[in-house]
Write a protein that binds this ligand. Sequence first.
Ligand code: ADP
Ligand code: MG
Length: 502
Amino acid sequence: MPSAVPNSTPTPATNAGLQRALAWIQAGPKRLLIGGEWVEAKSGKTFETINPATEQLLTSVAEADSADIDAAVRAARRAFEAPSWAGVSPQARSRLLFKIADLVDQHAEELAALESLDNGSPLSSSTARVGQAADIFRYYGGWPSKVHGTTNPTDASTFLYMVREPMGVCALINAWNVPLVMAVMKIAPALACGNTMLMKPAEQTPLTTLRLGELIQDAGVPPGVVNIVPGFGPTAGAAMAAHPDIDKIAFTGSTGVGKYILQASTGNLKKVTLELGGKSPNIIFPDADIDKAVEAAVNAFCRNSGQICSAGTRLFVQESLYDEITERVVRIASGYKVGSPFDPDTKLGPLISDKQMDRVLSYVDTGAADGATLRCGGGRVGDVGYFVQPTVFSGVSNGMRIAQEEIFGPVLSVLPFKDEEDAIFQGNDTQYGLAAAVWTRDVSRAHKVARALKTGRVWINTYAEVDPSMSMGGYKQSGIGREMGAESIEAYTQTKSILMRL
Ligand code: ADP
Ligand code: MG
């Protein structure tokens, strides 16, 4: 029986961040940031962003299309060539990034509340992620003075050296699941390396990226260096992917759209980074700390209501413990509270949209139809807001659609394995390769299995822990290239080798 979700904003009077976020929202419709000015779309069009917990309108936002993308590219190109950016010393770029980090910290409560209003993540997660965002700005703030080139050994008649230069104008396109951190994962390294950029947040979640744009301006980043152009994929996004004067594109989203972007970018051979889908294996061996592994396994698929590309959606359990661990996972997952992002007890907020909720619920039908056993959840919670119960299937085989396709909701498949070899084989038996985890007390096994898994990230005896220096990205159809750490510095620079005859 669906019960009503205690919804919307239960503690408004006591949450100062929420008050500030609401005041910012109510200050008026949001605009595009182009060339340092907040402007309407040339078409005059706007779109609405809603609160997925209440289905209510938050505010309207100017809707960029190809004409606005053209204007933003011109602004970014001018800024890239201008001495006010090209001539900035590495130390000054560091100071800008540190300044932005400080501003993010100073507005942490407001940004966290704004994120929770716009995308439905529990406030505790949004708060942690704002902290991460500031950390990422600081991490990349340390880089500008360390983007070294090389001097290469030659005979005495030549001088050969290599310099590392920015790519130029970068198009940054994001998904809606972790909007602020994903924006920062792209903007911070792009700035550190001296690029200029246009960022398109997802149409479902433009608000924290727009607020970040204000803070970036307050920090003193020159006009046109960071442009923010909310809009829809087939119009604004497609115009970015195909634009002849954009040098690089970095995209986070679905594998299908990623392939489209790769094709669209061939017109001028943009340098491309793609962070796409996943179906990550989480492997528990019998010698693991089972209590910790079970807790983490539930978090791994419920975090952000499963709307995380590296969610641990395939739980592999050694046969001898399969029934016991499945039961424990089901028990913990059933106890997870689904509800308002602003309730401190909430573990799962809403999904982002009715479309996403319908998609997730249709996978529940698919799982049952393919013969898996629904052990808990499987339904909507309440009838306002896009809340879905934590859902666990047992009796899943790895070939089933629920084990192969990215669902992007709180749906777990529990699968048995025989031995190490079988766990590795099944773990790798997917088109994706974003992340994986292995739980064992056997040190050799931990490293052997970690090396054998074909994924961009592997966790041992933990899940989803991150560090700004830890790169992420995909083997196989989970993407092209890597983000974070030193690898983002490579992704936002290109090298030039210079040879002189003496
Ligand atoms: P989802 O379907 O889960 O929303 P998408 O991959 O469609 O994920 O969206 C991720 C981002 O890609 C969003 O910012 C969206 O606007 C953008 N996008 C969608 N379609 C296109 C496209 N054809 N070209 C460029 N960007 C697109
Ligand atoms: Mg929204």
